[in-house]
Write a protein that binds this ligand. Structure first.
Ligand SMILES: *[C@@H]1O[C@H](CO)[C@@H](O)[C@H](O)[C@H]1NC(C)=O
Ligand SMILES: *[C@@H]1O[C@H](CO)[C@@H](O)[C@H](O)[C@H]1NC(C)=O
Ligand SMILES: *[C@@H]1O[C@H](CO)[C@@H](O)[C@H](O)[C@H]1NC(C)=O
Ligand SMILES: *[C@@H]1O[C@H](CO)[C@@H](O)[C@H](O)[C@H]1NC(C)=O
Ligand SMILES: [Zn+2]
Length: 715
């Protein structure tokens, strides 16, 4: 998964990984922005940094990308690519093995969709993506090349349909408010904004009998066929038959193997009921070319898109985006799926540090929805192989890390971060004792514009490191990744929501960062979760020459190097204090807007206490460095390693025990996008009849978490 949130970047409060996330309406934010001022040009690198950076070779990255681009890596089918990955890492000095779990997966057997027009004529709606002569992998006859939505149950529906915009709760409520009947209908829903599983959940909750999800070319920025661009494979626009596959697990309630909540899915593990995290109604994805006539058939029926007047409702297809239903105009859908508990395989690689009680973990998923997947996630997988090569060269000079470096190639991420969640659940005690940070890369490259999301104590390291890497994609101009990132995102490091494998680490109180490079509104359209996310697309359109891959690898390697080697960890808790204050100011405004009269003094005091502790530990850090006192440095480092554990709430957030972090979590209704102070904010958001008791209760719980974190830092 992972999102390309750039097209509406100015609107997004925070993009997530591996999932698309646009049309997110931002609220005003008090968060800080880094000014554009790259005073570090040309970047001056140390000897070790230079060695690492120079080790990234576009020719070998191309080779790794090519390998992954022709393997079936669908979860449960990807052991060969797992073993290949372990072999490469072993060759490069990372002691690597496969780690097996037995995960509940649901595979496609068959699917069909038929359309009945007003005059009673029936036609078949094309589900499959076109096979392209120019891109042979699109014609591979593997199970994964079908179009389906994972975890959709088997089922049939034969009914009139309504168009429900982006499928948010508010969108469905708008239909109800307009008197449009949803009960017993099929919901036709546009991709974008919230996570697709929540679209299906909302359809189900409002009484629809099935959901059909379509892509809209309005999401492709300026690079569209309507604007005169040729579609892939002849040009950079979206292929009209392209379909977005993906999981429909209710991700914001619980990721991981849904049948083993909170414990690893070993073979023979007890299996829990999953009805609260999996939809009961069947669903299917279709392309924009398949959707256009379905929308047109609703024109003039129900309420026009313009009159509905909701953000993201009207797209760029030649239709009025009417709600429908239209009398006698029906969709008939038939989905057959097969349940399975299948072995999945993480690859875990390892180098021991000299301090056994400090560990950094670097991970990327390997599984895909199609044979290709060269953006999602082969770009990350290729970079990680090259990363092991770079560290092998560094070790050949006699260098050894202070901290253990663990690298991971996760399986079944696409289904709901299963491989990483099960591994974290199995190793949670050891991680709680030793984990310093988790670095995630998923879609390392889907375009040229760098993207970073991180917990606030890693912002300083991330920004400093962006300044050290030369951006390859603007020949002739001397700019760093920092400059491109600053221009694209306005200097704001995104808040981690969910959508990729950092999720389980964040919610166990481990400092985390997610990095990659996305497509902007004028870049070639990346075919996210489509059979056209291929090696051929990547080498022709996404990253010809694989230089963006190399730059992303350099960024990741420098981050890992400093976290693994520096005497003092680059963990900036003073910046955490600054961010807490910004989230607080946002909350004050949000509560006011919603008429919630909360007493926030306990939270206010907790943030002050945290700031005081952060200042103290910084002073202690300075002292330890001045004195060259290694024991004192260790004390400081362990505070930096551990303080995040304080934010973890026993019992988790309301109605979602998995998500435990009191400062940031994916929005219950967004799935990808982050919510800050989630217990309080969502307590306000979902308050019924002006009852803000739960929100007030969470002011206390959140404040106590911040106090625990402050006390860990306290000197
Ligand atoms: C659409 O909604 C916006 C804001 O919600 C409002 O300002 C505007 O007047 C509405 N337009 C119509 C045509 O109702
Ligand atoms: C790391 O150290 C542990 C114990 O100290 C040892 O058992 C293990 O074999 C070492 N692993 C590597 C990859 O050197
Ligand atoms: C880019 O920087 C290098 C030195 O790092 C310099 O030699 C070169 O002239 C610069 N190019 C441009 C176009 O500014
Ligand atoms: C690697 O980069 C060089 C220099 O830009 C380029 O000529 C070459 O085509 C690239 N190789 C691959 C395999 O992309
Ligand atoms: Zn991904």
């Amino acid at each position: 998964m992972r999102t390309a949130a750039l097209i509406a970047a100015t609107l997004a409060t925070g993009a997530a990984a591996c999932h698309h996330d646009f049309n997110v309406v931002a609220r005003h934010t008090h968060r800080q922005r880094v000014e554009k001022r790259n005073d570090n040009w040309p970047p001056v690198l140390s000897e070790h940094e230079t060695l690492l950076v120079n080790s990234f070779d576009n020719v070998s990255i191309d080779e790794w990308s090519h390998y992954y681009g022709y393997q079936n890596k669908l979860a449960g089918y990807g052991k060969e690519a797992a073993q290949w990955t372990a072999d490469r890492w072993n060759e490069n000095g990372f002691e690597s093995h496969l780690k097996e779990y037995h995960a509940f997966l649901r595979y496609p057997v068959s699917a069909s969709l038929h359309f009945t027009a007003a005059d009673g004529t029936e036609s078949e709606v094309k589900l499959r993506e076109d096979v392209l002569e120019e891109d042979e992998v699109t014609g591979y006859n593997e199970i994964s090349q079908q179009t389906w939505l994972a975890y959709s149950p088997s089922g049939q529906a034969d009914a009139e349909y309504v168009y429900a915009g982006l499928g948010s709760k508010e969108d469905f409520q708008a239909l109800v408010d307009q008197g449009v009947e949803i009960e017993g209908k099929v919901a036709l829903i546009r991709y974008g904004g919230l996570f697709r599983g929540l679209k299906v959940k909302n359809a189900q909750d409002f009484g629809a009998v099935a959901a059909v999800l379509f892509l809209d070319p309005a999401d492709d920025g300026e690079v569209t066929v309507a604007n005169g661009f040729k579609p892939y494979p002849d040009g950079p626009a979206r292929n009209p038959s392209s379909v977005q596959k993906g999981s429909t697990l209710f991700l914001s309630t619980q990721p991981g193997d849904p049948t083993t909540p909170g414990y690893p899915s070993h073979e023979g593990a007890p299996r829990a009921d999953i009805s609260h995290v999996i939809s009961r109604i069947p669903s299917l994805p279709i392309s924009y070319s398949a959707a256009e006539p379905l929308l047109q058939a609703l024109d003039g029926n129900g309420v026009s898109g313009e009159a509905v007047n909701r953000t993201g409702w009207v797209g760029a297809l030649d239709a009025g985006y009417y709600t429908g239903p239209a009398p006698g105009v029906e969709l008939s859908l038939d989905v057959v799926a097969r349940d399975s508990i299948s072995p999945i395989h993480d690859v875990i690689g390892w180098i021991n540090g000299t301090n056994p009680d400090e560990t950094i973990v670097i991970g990327n998923h390997r599984d895909t929805w199609m044979v290709g997947g060269n953006g999602d996630p082969n770009s990350g997988s290729a970079v990680l192989v090259e990363f092991t090569k770079a560290f092998n060269k560094l070790r050949a000079t006699g260098w050894q890390p202070k901290r253990n470096i663990v690298i991971a190639s996760w399986d079944a991420e696409e289904w709901g971060m299963i491989g990483s969640t099960e591994w974290v659940e199995e190793h949670v005690n050891w991680l709680t004792e030793t984990a310093v940070a988790y670095l995630n890369v998923d879609v390392a490259v889907s375009g040229p514009r760098p993207y970073v999301a991180a917990t606030p104590e890693l912002h300083t390291l991330a920004v400093d490191t962006l300044k050290k890497v030369i951006h390859p994609n603007f020949g002739g101009f001397n700019i760093s990744l920092f400059d491109s990132w600053q221009e694209t995102w306005g200097g704001e490091v995104a808040v981690l929501g969910s959508g990729s494998d950092y999720t389980s680490f964040v919610h166990r109180g481990i400092s985390s960062l997610d990095a990659g490079s996305n497509q902007g509104a004028t870049d070639p359209v990346w075919h996210y979760h489509s059979n056209y996310d291929t090696y051929n697309w990547m080498s022709k359109w996404g990253d010809p020459g694989f230089h963006v891959h190399a730059a992303q690898g350099q960024f990741l390697a420098l981050l890992a190097y400093h976290l693994a080697s520096d005497d003092i960890l680059s963990i900036d808790t003073q910046n955490y204090a600054v961010e807490l204050r910004a989230y607080y100011d946002d909350l004050v405004e949000y509560a006011e807007e919603h008429g919630a009269d909360l007493d926030l003094s306990e939270l206010d005091q907790a943030i002050e206490l945290f700031k005081k502790s952060a200042d103290e530990v910084k002073a202690l850090e300075k002292l330890s460095v001045e004195r060259g006192d290694e024991l004192l440095q260790k004390v400081v480092n362990h505070k930096y390693r551990d303080f995040q554990r304080g934010f973890i709430s026993q019992g988790g957030l309301p109605d979602r025990e998995f998500y435990k972090h009191v400062v940031n979590a994916p929005g219950l209704d967004t799935g990808y996008g982050a919510v800050t102070f989630p217990g309080i904010t969502e307590g306000v958001q979902y308050a019924e009849n002006g009852n803000f008791e739960l929100a007030q209760e969470w002011v206390g719980k959140t404040a106590r978490g911040i106090v625990v974190a402050a006390n860990i830092l306290k000197t």
